[in-house]
Design a protein around this ligand. Structure first.
Ligand SMILES: [Zn+2]
Length: 543
């Protein structure tokens, strides 16, 4: 299948010849229509193969596929790891709209230039989108849903039951955090916006939950006469799936695979502490793959991290310090809690008090306990042996602000796990602003830190970090363990891709920093011989 650049009015397509970015959208649209007309005339007078026509327009070669069934437009997670949003439109890229589905609807996080895009409208009106298919409950994949609803979207949002349960706590919490931030910036008058507004509120996030519709893994759902989809396991976090989308029209068919985030391989030694079962669905086949590339330029260490983790925690306790662990409230926190329990019970670390300070922690654990069909063997064994983590002696799950404040007053040493994982907001800010200046403490990262986030600044061993408008000196020890990632690294991705039943016509890499996507592209082209391209923000590709 040929990849075609037939650009629409909103396109900023680097391959496109008829659009310049300086040209206004309307000018481009008019010009494109004019070109299409010239092109049709020339195609009728010259004999070109029916399936592929070439024409020289604007001095450059321009090609059109006649057999395209839809186009995909990358509205986020292109050139960055956040803001996942991929639009499928069964119309054509010249402006005729068909059935429109958004795969994921995530929040941009990290650098300001990306975060500001949370405030831009989608290039097509929210109410013109027919449905959302959600791969999993991380904010960078689901966090823009309440805003989409606020802007008029009223269609179904398809997700697995665990993803829906997790969104039920994550989205209102996100609204709450944004209200808190807006209130704070209004109080200290440090925002250039007056007044600072939340992207959406707690109530608006709640409102959005009514549009979620559960879909079981493996169940096929027909969304329109030409588009159906089913979920297959991604093994990234609880409930996470890839979306297999089938297009059928005019006797033609295409299968698109949107991977969402891809979990680790089946090997428990290289991917320790997995709470849910490991390994993405094998034996896939697709014409077009839209694939994540978060770890495209890095490899996970292959050694067991537990001895190093045990030593880091024990050394901090010996010098009277506390261990502060910024962690995503979902999956990573639970995984780390299970590992701490294992280290304590096996005598590898002292019996320190463990605080999980995230308003979501209790609810998240309850959701985990509800979906025991997703457990790994280790998780099943831990729960059989020790019961619910909520009742483990020495483990405190703080839900109220008062309980959170008590942790601040607690005597050292202890282990404090709090969100957000990249230190972009939440209670971790208070713990870090209080404990970063003390060299006895340890800040331990167990997850990816996107450039531009406070987590990235701290992990890069800067001298200070800005928290709530003030610079806090970083004197605590900073360490990072990379083995706890829930994203497959390049060798693991290749291992999974080698199980494919066919060679996809094109694979588009998304959800990666430019370096990561670029290196993975080269690796896949070299090792597999696949046609791999790095998706560009707002680029449209016909499929
Ligand atoms: Zn994720």
């Amino acid at each position: 299948m040929d990849r075609v650049d037939r650009s629409g009015p909103q396109n900023v397509n680097h391959h496109s010849s008829c659009h310049s970015e300086e040209r206004s959208d309307e000018e481009s649209a008019v010009l494109c229509r004019a070109e299409s007309l010239v092109f049709t005339l020339s195609a009728n007078t010259l004999i070109f193969p029916l399936f592929l026509r070439l024409s020289v327009l604007c001095g450059k070669v321009f090609c059109f596929a006649e057999d395209a069934l839809a186009y995909i437009q990358f509205l986020g997670a292109a050139g960055t790891v956040t803001g996942s949003k991929h639009l499928i439109n069964t119309g054509d890229a010249s402006g005729k709209n068909g059935f429109q589905v958004l795969i994921d609807c995530g929040l941009f996080q990290g650098p300001k230039e990306w975060r500001e895009r949370n405030w831009s409208d989608t290039p097509i009106p929210a109410k013109a989108i027919d449905a959302v298919i959600l791969t999993h409950a991380h904010l960078d994949h689901c966090g823009w849903i309440p805003r989409l609803v606020k802007e008029g979207f009223r269609g179904p949002i398809y997700a697995t039951p665990p993803t829906i349960d997790l969104c039920g706590i994550i989205l209102p919490d996100s609204g709450h955090l944004q209200e808190e931030d807006a209130r704070f910036y209004n109080k200290i008058k440090k925002s250039k916006h007056d007044p600072a507004l939340p992207l959406y509120t707690f109530d608006e996030a709640h409102e959005a939950l009514q549009y979620f519709k559960p879909v079981q893994v493996g169940e096929t759902l027909q969304l329109s006469h030409e588009l159906s989809f089913r979920f297959v396991r991604a093994a990234h976090i609880l409930g996470s799936c890839m979306a297999e989308v089938s297009l059928k029209a005019d006797g033609k068919a295409r299968r698109l695979l949107f991977t969402g985030d891809i979990g680790r391989v089946h090997d428990h030694k290289v991917a320790p502490g997995k709470v849910v079962h490991s390994g993405p669905q094998e034996g896939e086949s697709a014409d077009i793959v839209v694939m994540e590339s978060t770890y495209g330029n890095r490899r996970h260490p292959k050694e067991d991290p537990l001895p190093e983790l045990g030593e880091l925690i024990s050394a901090t306790a010996r010098r009277g310090g506390s261990v502060i662990v910024p962690a995503f409230a979902i999956e990573r926190t639970q995984k780390f809690v299970f590992i701490l329990k294992h280290l304590i019970e096996s005598g590898q670390i002292p019996r320190l008090p463990v605080f999980c300070d995230s308003p979501m922690a209790i609810k998240a654990v309850e959701i985990f306990l509800k979906h025991d069909e997703e457990y790994s063997d280790e998780t099943r064994e831990m729960i059989r042996k020790y019961g619910s983590p909520l009742a483990w002696p020495g483990f405190t799950f703080a839900s109220t602000p008062e309980e959170s404040k008590k942790i601040n007053e607690a005597r050292m040493p202890s282990v404090i796990i709090s969100s957000s994982g990249m230190v972009t907001g939440g209670r971790i800010l208070h713990h870090l602003s209080q404990r970063l200046p003390d060299p006895r403490n340890l800040v331990l990262f167990i997850g990816f830190q996107a450039p531009g986030t406070r987590g990235f600044t701290i992990k890069s061993k800067s001298d200070e970090v800005k928290i709530y408008g003030d610079f806090v000196p970083i004197r605590a020890q900073v360490a990072a363990l990379e083995q706890f990632s829930d994203h497959a690294d390049p060798p693991e991705l290749l291992q999974w891709l080698r199980t494919f039943g066919n060679q996809p016509a094109t694979t588009y890499l998304v959800h990666g920093e430019p370096n990561a996507s670029g290196q993975l592209r080269e690796l896949m082209a070299r090792e597999l011989g696949w046609d791999v391209r790095v998706a560009q923000y707002r680029e449209k590709v016909e499929v």
